[in-house]
Design a protein around this ligand. Structure first.
Ligand SMILES: *Cc1c(COP(=O)(O)O)cnc(C)c1O
Length: 391
């Protein structure tokens, strides 16, 4: 039998063993983590809605009205009216004909690629796409090529060379480690020219970009039956789950064929009820997006003269490129000692030589919070540069 305990020891000895930190509070800018109070810049709760009491209240209300569990898959008897209502609202929110709920973005991506890419399809994927999209391509056993990050010229060459009867281009709309936005307008143009389907994973753009947070399609004013859109509901929306929005026949095919949709229990109805409240708040409280933009300007201005480089980003993901792995870790440790939580991201998650702090802003942060972060960064800069923190 496989000696799993020994393998774990090896992982540990190489410093590669992952550990889950324990939160004793709701998600938000101030968390109690591993027993210590911290100012956190490390969640995907971009709009600050995960801990919003109005959504928590809607969750309770939903549970009282609909019970705790759906009790069956959507195709058996688990598809409750509250799911149907949420799907209608999601479609309207992103301006697509129809939407379909999934339990997670991971499952939604598996469903999209395994169902929509046939054996005669060739898939073209951005090199920095999310792991779930890569896994989806592997599970589909489809032919695929990855193109250099956001390089539409390279993609164009690949599309021109392809002899496949069907083509599909897959991209994150906002990249999770760089915070940059894919050139969806150019990609869409290429898809039109080469008759390809365009799959857009908007996990980090839904609620943030576009009119009233409608997402990246709204941001680029794209609307077409060749687009398949995936948005997640556990990041800016602050709850859990995901949805695919697309033309009616695409959604209908997913209902008929997508195994990650068919062979799993429908999401708890209370979640759907809470998400309807969350969508209302996302649309109404546009001050959250304005405040995020203000915080990101404040961060850029304060870090302008730093020895390291804040990547230009119009999203709440603000990567601070340090370069050396050890320096990134020392910087993250120095911040932690000052009571501030910002994760260091190292290769292989990001390219060699681009170790970074992934600063993630939330509408629930105050300007005071960001000031505390930038002051701590400036203070740590000298110490890390002089090698004191690594001593
Ligand atoms: C988080 C994320 C997912 C997965 O969504 P979950 O709902 O967390 O499973 C998919 N794609 C991208 C780009 C993500 O960041």
């Amino acid at each position: 039998m496989r000696d799993i305990a020994a393998e774990l020891l090896v992982l540990d000895s190489k410093g590669l063993k992952r550990r889950r930190r324990l939160l004793d509070s709701a998600q938000g800018p101030r968390v109690r983590i591993d027993g210590v109070q911290k100012l956190s810049f490390s969640s995907n709760d971009y709009l600050g809605l995960a801990g919003d009491p109005r959504i928590a209240e809607a969750l309770c209300e939903g549970a009282r009205k609909w019970g705790a569990g759906a009790g069956a898959s959507h195709l058996v008897t688990g598809h409750q009216r509250i799911h149907e209502e949420l799907e209608g609202r999601l479609a309207a929110y992103v301006g697509m004909p129809r939407a379909l709920l999934f339990s997670s973005g991971y499952l939604a991506n598996l469903a999209i690629v395994t169902t929509l890419a046939t054996p005669s399809c060739e898939v073209f994927a951005d090199r920095l796409n999310h792991a779930s999209l890569n896994d989806a391509m592997m599970l589909s056993r489809v032919r695929f090529k990855r193109y250099p990050h956001c390089d539409h010229d390279a993609l164009e060459r690949q599309l021109s060379e392809s002899k496949a009867a069907e083509k599909m281009v897959i991209t994150d709309a906002v990249f999770s480690m760089d915070g940059d936005v894919a050139p969806l307008d150019r990609l869409f143009e290429l898809c039109e020219r080469h008759d390809a389907m365009l799959v857009v994973d908007d996990a980090h753009g839904f609620g943030i970009l576009g009119k009233d947070g409608a997402g990246s399609l709204s941001h680029f004013r794209l609307d077409s039956p060749r687009i398949v859109y995936m948005g997640t509901l556990g990041k800016a929306a602050g709850v859990s789950g995901a949805f695919v929005a697309a033309a009616d026949p695409v959604i209908e095919l997913l209902i008929q064929k997508a195994r990650p949709y068919i062979y799993t229990t429908a999401g708890a109805p209370a979640l759907a009820h809470a998400l309807i409240r969350s969508l209302e708040l996302m649309a109404q409280e546009s001050w959250r997006r304005a405040h995020l933009a203000q915080l990101s300007r404040q961060l850029a201005a304060a870090l302008h003269s730093s020895r390291w480089r804040l990547l230009p980003s119009t999203t709440p993901i603000q990567p601070f490129i340090v370069g050396e792995n050890s320096e990134a870790v020392a910087l993250s440790d120095a911040l932690a000692a000052a009571g501030i939580l910002v994760p260091a991201i190292r290769p292989p998650t990001v390219p060699e030589g681009t170790a970074r702090l992934r600063i993630s802003l939330s509408a629930a942060h105050s300007e005071q919070d960001v000031l505390r972060l930038t002051e701590a960064l400036h203070a740590a800069e000298g110490a890390v540069a002089n090698g004191m923190s690594s001593a």
